[in-house]
Design a protein around this ligand. Structure first.
Ligand SMILES: [Ca+2]
Ligand SMILES: [Ca+2]
Ligand SMILES: [Ca+2]
Ligand SMILES: [Ca+2]
Length: 352
């Protein structure tokens, strides 16, 4: 694209991003780009859900506000006043943002605003379904989650780290945390907190900066360095698969990559030139997905939704016996049955 990109985020097939020209949206399927109307000197930090784009807007030195642009109606509306620099986020009909260092939520259906926090030390909200995550300064920065159903705030980290920038998908929250208190170290690591098991998992272990995580399903992406000098070290995009507990390096070159985002099987990120610079994307290879979590990747799995232990080709004994024709179904997978299935001979000839 050849212009400096400030931020980017996407959902399904639409990617929103900011350049010095303002906010644009790209349809990833067809590749056409559309710039939303520029009503203020500055418009940035977009987030998209369906056809609604929310973002920060203001004239130079003027009060900041949260605006919403709808791609169907082509109308812009002001949702709220919003001081501070953290961007808004949207999920369904709910928009979250920071005002006076507190988290607020605007409901697009009722057109009402709800104040989520009162401490005056809150930042970087993100929303998924009925859960809002954010970072709050209480001597250190810690991660909190607000449940819109129970209307309760819950602190999920409690340590002397600098925990910041939470993102949430279903019941998993990712964020980066410094190893000590603010200023004690420059190195950050990626962490994941599971709201079901109530456990924190450390994802990265290295003498380099790891930050800006994004999560979709059981996959986490972030920007990482693998050298101790944070000012000279190269930046690359990394991915961690929680299903197989394995890290993958997505980029490997001397160009600086940053701010990755993941949705479904697509990872996008920003590159700073020279040469050029812009937004890049990659598709996660199918052999990294294991939908039924049986240890056999989708592209090799012959049986979906395996619940018992898989024996061969991602199929359990019961699934193999189900595939075998005839009424005299044995309850066991004899070596003969396994052999026929594995070799694709006899009754298994036309299965695959
Ligand atoms: Ca690190
Ligand atoms: Ca790089
Ligand atoms: Ca599988
Ligand atoms: Ca399977």
């Amino acid at each position: 694209m050849g212009v400096q990109i400030a931020d980017q985020k996407f959902m399904k097939n639409k990617l929103v991003y900011t350049t010095s020209n303002g906010i644009s949206v790209i349809n990833l399927n067809v590749g056409d780009s559309f710039q939303i109307p520029q009503n203020f000197d500055m418009q940035y930090g977009p987030s998209i859900y369906g056809n609604n784009i929310v973002y920060k807007a203001h004239d130079y030195g003027e009060t900041k506000q949260i605006d919403l642009y709808n791609l169907d109606t082509k109308q812009t509306i002001q949702l709220a006043n919003a001081t501070g620099y953290t961007s808004p986020d949207i999920w369904g009909d709910k928009v979250v943002y920071v005002r006076d260092k507190n988290i607020y939520m605007h409901d697009l259906i009722t057109n009402q605003e709800t104040q989520i926090t009162t401490s005056g030390n809150c930042w970087s909200p993100s929303i998924y379904d009925n859960k809002i995550v954010y970072s709050e300064y209480i001597g250190y920065y810690d991660i909190y989650v607000y449940d819109l159903i129970t209307k309760t705030n819950r602190q999920i980290t409690d340590n002397s780290r600098f925990n910041f920038g939470p993102q949430i998908w279903e019941n998993k929250i990712v964020y980066h945390g410094g190893p000590g208190g603010a200023g004690s170290s420059t190195y950050r690591e990626i962490y994941m907190y599971d709201l079901v098991t109530n456990e924190e998992t450390r994802i990265t272990f290295n003498n380099g900066q790891d930050s800006a995580p994004s999560i979709y399903g059981n996959k986490i992406v972030w920007v990482g360095q693998r050298e101790p000098d944070v000012f000279t070290a190269d930046h690359n995009i990394y991915m961690y698969d929680l299903d197989i507990n394995q890290e993958f390096q997505i980029t490997n070159d001397s160009i600086r990559q940053t701010l990755p985002y993941i949705f479904e099987n697509i990872i996008t990120w920003i590159e700073y030139g020279p040469p050029g610079g812009g937004i890049y994307m990659t598709t996660i290879p199918e052999n990294l997905f294991d939908e039924d979590n049986d240890g056999v990747p989708n592209n090799e799995d012959k049986c979906p939704n395996t619940e018992e232990e898989q024996i061969i080709y991602g199929c359990s004994c019961n699934q193999i016996l189900e595939l075998k024709p005839g009424k005299d179904k044995s309850s066991k997978c004899s070596p003969g049955i396994i052999k026929v299935f594995t070799k694709g001979i006899g009754w298994a000839k036309d299965l695959f």
